[in-house]
Design a protein around this ligand. Structure first.
Ligand SMILES: [Zn+2]
Length: 397
């Protein structure tokens, strides 16, 4: 503590911790690992940093009820356990941080609906999005919305601290806190407790069970890895949005009373490049393709935004993907995916994302495409992908 709280507020803080442990006993170890730092001035919702300090604004503590403070403690612990800081895909730009914060909040609060939600808690419903998504999925959906001109302005500003996005805040303390190893052990211990309580038939929210499974069995699941990589590629494509319309426009100031159109950017376009050379097994390709189309559908990239080009030593006519079963795969000879990359760039405006499914036994372009990001799904362990692409090894599980 670098500034004393009044004894009454200190009691309230202690009561909130007890409330939180009673409501979420499976998180008790993590909740008790939080180290409070009192900060002067207006700081809302008890944000956290990655060293597990929790920042307590005296005014905020005074204003909130004990259950509300307890709720925010459980919530902030969620950011830390779910490793949102490491998962943050953006830069230190305020609006990017805000969108991620909304997305991460939706992921956490989705599992806290048994608790009394404070009115300013973000839920999937408040974002008009489905329940049960990951922060990455919510973030992608919000990014698309922002591109389409939605300023999400009805939401209150949210800031859960660097524990949510890894970007330091000016009000953070230099005091050492929990180390990365300590944080990892706390997460493992919490996951084990969740498993134990599951055996005892305690009521644990589904999202926390999934989380515990992932922490305790971090097997490399190629489906999940491919899905995450594609989502990340789309998020980056979506991130190349011009935010300048958010600041008051000088033109607007010069033309009072005239509403200027907001910048509009359509959903990302995707080209799937399929290596149909003889060495590719159809079963593996089918699985990879099913996963790709599933991810694209889940993030709302419409069919008309997806073009498929099959390629062996030459590229075949681009097709629009309606159903996987409609896809006619040309080819069967040797491979030169360079022809596919050329075709992807040649057919109209370059796609935001190219997903190449290949065994990697092909020459690659020397340089990445200038306008498109590239994800490679590698169907053969012996194959090669260029360093400029994000590569996922397909198969194995
Ligand atoms: Zn939060």
């Amino acid at each position: 503590m670098n500034e004393p709280l009044s004894p009454e507020l200190w009691d309230k803080w202690a009561a909130a911790r007890v409330w939180a442990v009673a409501r979420a006993p499976y998180l008790s170890g993590a909740l008790l690992a939080l180290d409070p730092i009192v900060v002067p001035g207006e700081i809302r919702r008890f944000p956290v940093d990655t060293a597990w300090h929790v920042y307590v604004g005296a005014k905020e503590l005074e204003r909130r009820s004990v259950p509300e403070v307890g709720f925010w403690l459980i919530h902030q612990t969620g950011h830390l356990l779910r490793d949102h800081a490491r998962r943050y895909p953006g830069t230190n730009e305020r609006l990017e941080r805000r969108n991620w914060n909304l997305a991460a909040d939706a992921e956490i609060n989705d599992d806290l609906t048994d608790l009394p939600l404070p009115p300013d808690a973000i839920t999937p419903a408040r974002l008009e999005l489905p329940e049960g998504w990951t922060a990455e999925q919510y973030h992608q959906a919000l990014s698309v919305r922002v591109q389409e001109g939605d300023r999400l302005r009805d939401e209150q500003p949210v800031d859960c601290g660097s524990g949510c996005d890894g970007q330091p805040r000016p009000w953070q303390t230099d005091r050492p806190g929990l180390s990365a190893t300590g944080a990892r052990l706390t997460a493992l211990d919490t996951a084990r407790r969740i498993r134990e309580r599951l055996d005892a038939r305690d009521d644990i929210p589904a999202g926390w069970l999934r989380w515990a499974d992932q922490v305790l069995e971090p097997t490399i699941n190629w489906r999940r890895h491919l899905s995450t990589t594609i989502r990340h590629g789309l998020a980056q494509a979506a991130g190349r949005v011009d935010y300048t319309y958010r600041t008051p426009s000088r033109r607007a100031a010069a033309l009072p009373g005239i509403v200027l159109p907001s910048l509009h950017r359509p959903a990302p376009s995707v080209t799937v490049l399929i290596d149909t050379s003889g060495s590719i097994t159809e079963g593996m390709l089918g699985q990879a393709l099913a996963e790709v189309t599933g991810v694209l559908r889940a993030v709302g990239v419409g069919r008309r935004k997806v073009t498929v080009i099959s390629c062996d030593a030459q590229a075949y006519r681009p097709q629009t993907l309606a159903r996987i079963t409609d896809l006619r795969l040309g080819g069967g000879g040797g491979t030169d995916l360079r022809a596919g990359f050329e075709a992807a760039q040649a057919s109209g405006p370059p796609p935001d994302l190219i997903i190449a499914l290949t065994d990697g036994r092909t020459p690659w372009p020397d340089r990445p495409p200038t306008r498109s990001r590239v994800v490679v799904g590698l169907l053969d362990k012996g194959g090669q992908a260029p360093a400029w692409a994000r590569t996922v090894q397909i198969g194995g599980e």
